[in-house]
Design a protein around this ligand. Sequence first.
Ligand code: UGA
Length: 429
Amino acid sequence: MSESKQRIAIFGAGYVGLVSGVCYAELGHDVVVRDILPEKIEALERGEAPIYEPGLGDLLERNRERLRFTLEVGEAIEDADFVYIAVGTPPTYSGDADLSAVWTVIDELPEIARRIVVVMKSTVPVGTGGRVRDRLAARGLGHVGYVSNPEFLAEGTAVRDFMHPDRIVVGAFSAEDADAVAALHRRIEAPVLRCDVASAEMIKLASNAALMARISFINEIANVCEVTGADVVKVAEGVGLDRRLGPHFLRAGIGFGGSCFPKDSLALKQLAANSGYHFQLLNAVIEVNELQKRRVIAKLQRHLGPLRGKSVALLGLAFKPGTDDMREAPSIVLAGRLLAEGADVRAWDPVADGSGLHGVERAQSVEAALAGADAAVIVTEWPALAAVDWAAVAPAMRTPVLIDGRNMLDPAAMREAGFRYEGIGRAAE
Ligand code: UGA
């Protein structure tokens, strides 16, 4: 293995940077992860993962001798053959991706005489690679290589997604750089797709857009199911059995959230608009998702009438199970709308701390959240919710109204347990 061992510097210890860094160490490479936040680096040096991600802690522990953490650019670059950029690219006010953290990394690179390769893992607009190359050349670093190697990790399964990906995309300006980056992944069994830099950048944006389009599509089908009497869970099953379509990302619910989909959809919409193209389908995907989060309010009103003074329990806050991430979580919009309607909102989540939620009371258990509540909404399909003894908790509610925003429970069993149960896209009682 030693002949294929490379030295990798990773800039950014967020989800992508940290998971990638730890996984490259697991693949046998020497990795230095650099971040600007001292508390993050200190935690990592103590062997603690600063984020909740299954499997990450174990890999961190197992690969300690191949992993270093630093605040210093110089120390990170010193021996590096590859400089991975995995910094955040949040949306600006206009919806464009904010690349300032990317430019900071490029501008901070010291003068290096040897040939290294800068590799982009952050999600960036199409054309960024070309701009980075120009900026490097303007700094006299024209000999530095550049490769786009986008990530397709999903939170909660990030380690598995890295080690067993569907594909590895390598977009490069030169075959030599493409070979070098592809070789880093030698021990991973997956097809390697080589292409130009712009196409690699677009593959990342288009993949996320396609996944979001499927979600908004099935959510619209669900909404039509509600008015026509069909059951979207069965419909999705039937649609998904078509081999040309497949079963993934056809779970109807209260909409997508997270650190990627909402920001990436805006960024792609803006990217198209900036080039004079009106991306109609993507606009619809975004709008359907916004409306989907709000439809729960109407469902609650149908059961409870005006929500003023009513107590509503939100079960799950994170944007999906398996993570503590609250970024763009549908729970934030839902809580905001409920509070605006004058409801009292309480919330339970096994992991997420609910940052970003104001005026919401936290409950330590599902039972505590439900006691005396007028209604409950399943916002995140945490497995713990499937294990709740619902028949035992129903009598503790003032009115046993349960809106299952993720269709995770069996409607017949829930009605049997005493609930006025309603899912998304399924026949109401
Ligand atoms: C997503 C993609 O799945 C990854 O491939 C991509 O690398 C990542 O974004 C990124 O760009 O970094 P992630 O945001 O972690 O990953 O989570 P997903 O599992 O894709 O879920 C996103 C949202 O869609 C969640 O709110 C989830 O509840 C919702 N969702 C997902 C549905 O409503 N229905 C579905 O059928 C699937």
